[in-house]
Each structure stands twice: as C-alpha cells, then as structure tokens.
Design a binder for this molecule. Structure first.
Ligand code: C2E
Ligand code: CA
Ligand code: CA
Ligand code: CA
Length: 277
C-alpha cells in the first residue's frame, strides 16, 4: 500500500491543476480585495444568560467578483501563507473601530464590546501591540471596547514572545479571549500564565450537548474558566436544550444561531434597535 501511495503522489491529476488554479485565483483576488472593498465585517451578537446583549463578534466576509462569498476558513489560511494577513488584519481592526464610532455617535447600544479574531501571525509581529494601540487611539476608542480572540496556535512558536505581547496588550487595556478552547494541544499549565479575560468553548463541545446530558468535557471546560477567574462563553449554540444545559453548568455568555446569525452591520444595528424598543 505504501508504494501505491508514493506513486499516487507523483501523479498530477486534472483536479489538482484545477485546485492549483483556484488557489491562484483566490490569492490574486485577495491582493486586490482590499483596494476594491470586497471585504466587509458581519457581527454576531453575544448575550449573557438573561439574554442581555454584551457585544458581538466581528466576522470577516469576502465577496469575490466571480466566485461570490468565499469562506474565511478558506481564505484566511491563504492570507497567512502569503503574508497578506497583516494588511487584512489591520483592515479588520480599522473597520471594527469605524463601526464602533458610528454606533456610539448614533446612540446605538451594541453591548459595549466587539470581539475581533486575531491570527497567530499578527501576534508574532513585534509591533502588533503598539500598532494596535495607535490605531485604536486614532479612532478615539477605548481599548477595553475590543476583545482580541486568539487561538492556542498563537503560542506554538516563540511562547515567551507571544506571552510578552499578550501582557502588553492586556496592560494597554484590551480584553483577551482564548478561542476554540479545548481543541488544541493545550496543557492546562500555560493557561494560568496568560492574561486571559475570556475562555471561548469550542462549538464541537456545544454540539455534543443534549437535554439533561451534560457533556463531561463541556462541563470541565466551563469549570476551568470559572476557577481561573475568566468569563466563559459558548460558541455555536443552536438549540434551546443546549442553552438550558449551559445555564445549568454555569456558563456566563452565549453566541450562536439560536440567538442570532452573524449579521451585516446595517442588519445588526436594526436587530439591536428592535430589541431595545
Ligand atoms: P471562529 O472564530 O471559531 O468563528 C465562529 C464561526 O462559527 C463563524 O464562522 C460563525 O459564522 C460560525 N457560527 C456562529 N454561530 C454558529 C452556530 O450556531 N452554528 C454553526 N454551525 N456555526 C456558527 P465563519 O464566519 O465562517 O468564520 C470561520 C473562521 O474564520 C472563524 O472561526 C475564524 O477562525 C476565522 N475568521 C473569521 N473572521 C476572521 C478575521 O477577521 N480574522 C481572522 N484572522 N480570522 C477570521
Ligand atoms: Ca472567533
Ligand atoms: Ca471560535
Ligand atoms: Ca470554532
């Protein structure tokens, strides 16, 4: 079987050419997307267990002229490999700040906090914390308005450098969340060293929750967060049963289709307005 595998790897099949072409088109598209304003941010509400809005997660959307909507799960890895993630990441921050300012000026109560996804490559950039501080100051926004969502992979390279950056960010006043918690290779030991405000429990644990059956892993993860003094937030909450179990387990915050799908900025503003009235 091994030799077949090796032979198969040498073949260049038609679909491989198509994959390579598609990737190249995406890569080219990404390079021009910033200039052509093909990106936008969607916002998914985050609520506490009383249903009170506490903020929203900003999710990047790319509308490609020919291909239509391309998932960030597809284009973020390409942006990371090509180094475009730095420019795209800066755009995400700028765009989020612009919306926050607008909502403030229009007296729209968006909950007070916007979460932004930060790539490990951004954390690894030596000027990330100072650039971000400047960007936010220029936009006239309090750092505590922004929650930076990081994944454990941000710590896989130079751990000490990443830790220093996180400490800097935290000292400036940004909130820090660990995203997709429970899916990485994390040892619990490092969790205590990180200045985290929030643990985000990955969707895979939430999907496993059924009425009256509390998944032991979900329960464990919420407990870890509570004991370390962090807020716990469940992502991907899709059913009333999941919400009920999460409440029983003492989870602090929720986000998911059960509450609301990610919305374009205008729709998010409307959603907020309708709830307030
Ligand atoms: P993530 O940070 O784990 O984001 C949560 C994903 O789950 C989002 O997918 C969201 O639309 C989806 N989702 C929300 N509620 C539910 C639910 O109830 N059920 C299900 N099945 N899914 C739900 P999306 O927007 O396609 O983003 C995918 C990933 O792309 C994100 O995963 C994040 O890792 C990355 N991403 C998105 N925006 C950015 C960004 O601005 N910068 C970076 N670096 N990465 C981003
Ligand atoms: Ca996230
Ligand atoms: Ca997540
Ligand atoms: Ca996830």
């Amino acid at each position: 079987a091994k030799s077949t595998g090796r032979n198969a790897a040498r073949l260049f099949l038609p679909h491989m050419q198509r994959d390579a072409d598609a990737r190249l088109e995406l890569e080219r598209g990404l390079r021009t997307a910033l200039e052509q304003q093909d990106f936008s941010l969607y916002f998914q509400p985050q609520v506490d267990m009383h249903g009170m809005l506490v903020g929203a997660e900003a999710l990047l959307r790319w509308n490609h002229a020919r291909l239509g909507q391309v998932s960030p799960a597809v284009f973020i890895p390409i942006a990371e490999e090509t180094g475009l993630i730095h420019a795209i990441g800066a755009w995400v921050i700028e765009c989020a700040c612009r919306h926050i300012r607008q909502w403030r000026e229009q007296d729209i109560d968006f909950g007070g906090r916007i979460s932004i996804n930060i790539s490990p490559w951004q954390i690894a950039h030596p000027q990330f914390a100072s650039n971000l501080a400047e960007q936010v100051a220029a936009a006239g926004i309090e750092p505590s308005t922004l929650t930076l969502e990081l994944t454990e992979s941000a710590l896989l390279g130079d751990f000490d450098a990443a830790l220093r950056t996180l400490q800097q960010l935290s000292a400036i006043g940004f909130r820090l969340a660990l995203d997709d918690f429970g899916t990485g290779y994390s040892s619990l030991a490092y969790l205590q060293q990180l200045p985290l405000d929030e643990l985000k429990i990955d969707r895979t644990f939430i999907g496993a929750l059924q009425a009256t059956i509390a998944d032991p892993l979900a329960s464990f993860v919420i407990d870890v967060g509570r004991r370390l003094g962090m807020a716990t937030i469940a992502e991907g909450v899709e059913t009333a049963e999941q919400e009920a179990v999460l409440r029983e387990l003492g989870c602090d915050l929720m986000q998911g289709y059960f509450i609301c799908r990610p919305l374009a900025a205008d729709d998010f503003r409307q959603w907020v307005g309708q709830r307030a009235s």
